[in-house]
Design a protein around this ligand. Structure first.
Ligand code: FMN
Length: 348
């Protein structure tokens, strides 16, 4: 890796993407048992929900989540400014504006990806937020909308918003097709074009450019860090959480918090039980975020089945953990024995 790259010291070097219904506060607490350094993002919260809804419900989080960014969905500069103020008051480390979500609901509200057609409005929103808060105001966007595939489009978008003072751009490296694709398809079908994101970094070396979309392996993260300041990982981090256990050492040169899957599981179950007692919120909603912890290991499937079993929901988390763990260990021991007898066949 090139030691002269700014990415080595950037707070945006590695992050976990904002994901609606997924990266809620319990999910972020779980991720913090695996990495202390990666930056975490909330799910998108709309300005309407914040200004007219239950603010603590949307903004409460656990202190261990820092550094944590609040992602906003909205387009009205005055509303964005009011919400950015709330984000700062609540202690968030960053406020991020969503200009990449293609869902129809979001399009009706005239925000998300369709804002890419209105860079001036985004610039006004960014300026309004920057005028009232001291925390970084960042933007997450696509490389284009619909069939607009020229580099100039995304370059002009970034250029206009940078003039309003935005210094950090998180770029999901595919277009959003606003008609005819579901949000899920819009994360899979429009082709990834990383070279456009690399070109943005070359053209705007003073800006922090973070690449997002389709990044899976640590080797790929490393490759991308040769070209950009940071990488944001979404689905891979969520589905294969144990991968994050290696991130602090590999990408930040710091010891990570996770010694073993067992230790992460024990800390997580303790947190779940503590939370159930303190708030009477039951564990299954939170536990779903951790179901990938043992992926790739013998007994993982059985472990997941036990945690997902409806009948278990009445028990405290620690009791389910004991059952799931015993089953997993049994299968792992059988698998190890089978392997060793294959290696050292017994005489008949
Ligand atoms: C379930 C789900 C919900 C998402 N919700 C949001 C969101 O609220 N805000 C946002 O900017 N992107 C959202 N995204 C997009 C991700 O942040 C990310 O840009 C996308 O998944 C591509 O990155 P990946 O290939 O690493 O997953 C969501 C993605 C998923 C899978």
């Amino acid at each position: 890796m090139n030691a002269s790259l700014p990415s080595l010291s950037s707070p945006w070097r590695l992050s976990v993407a904002p994901m609606l219904d997924w990266t809620d506060s319990p999910c972020r607490v779980f991720h913090r048992l695996l990495t202390r350094q990666a930056r975490l993002y909330t799910e998108m919260v709309t300005t309407g929900a914040l200004l007219h809804g239950d603010v603590p419900r949307h903004l409460d989080y656990d202190a261990v989540e820092h550094p944590v960014a609040l992602q906003l969905g909205g387009s009205e500069p005055a509303d964005l400014a009011a919400c950015a103020r709330l984000a700062e008051k609540w202690g968030y480390d960053e406020v991020n504006l969503n200009c990449g979500c293609p869902s129809e609901r979001v399009q009706k509200g005239a925000f998300g990806a369709c804002l890419m057609a209105e860079p001036k409005l985004v610039a006004d929103g960014v300026k309004a937020m920057r005028d009232v808060v001291g925390i970084p105001v960042t933007v997450k966007h696509r490389i284009g909308i619909d069939r607009e595939e020229s580099y100039d489009f995304v370059r002009d978008f970034v250029g206009t918003i940078a003039e309003a003072g935005c210094e950090v751009f998180i770029v999901h490296a595919r277009n959003a097709w606003l008609q005819g694709l579901s949000p899920k398809e819009n994360r899979e079908i429009p082709p990834l074009r990383y070279e456009l994101v690399h070109q943005l970094k070359r053209e705007f070396p003073q800006l922090t450019i973070v690449l997002n979309g389709g990044v899976k392996s640590d080797e790929e993260i490393e490759r991308q860090l040769q070209h950009v300041d940071g990488v944001m990982v979404g689905r891979q981090a969520y589905h294969e959480p144990w991968q994050m256990a290696g991130w602090d050492q590999r990408f930040f040169g710091q010891a990570g918090p996770a010694e073993s899957r067992e230790q992460v599981e024990a800390a997580w179950v303790e947190w779940l039980d503590h939370r159930s007692q303190a708030t009477r919120r039951h564990w299954p909603q939170a536990m779903r975020h951790a179901l990938g912890l043992w992926n790739g290991e013998a007994g993982a499937r059985r472990w997941r089945q036990i945690w997902s079993d409806h009948k278990m929901k009445a028990l405290p988390a620690r009791e389910v953990a004991a059952l799931a763990d015993a089953a997993r260990r049994g299968i792992a021991a059988d698998a190890a024995e089978h392997q060793s007898s294959n290696r050292h066949p017994q005489p008949a």
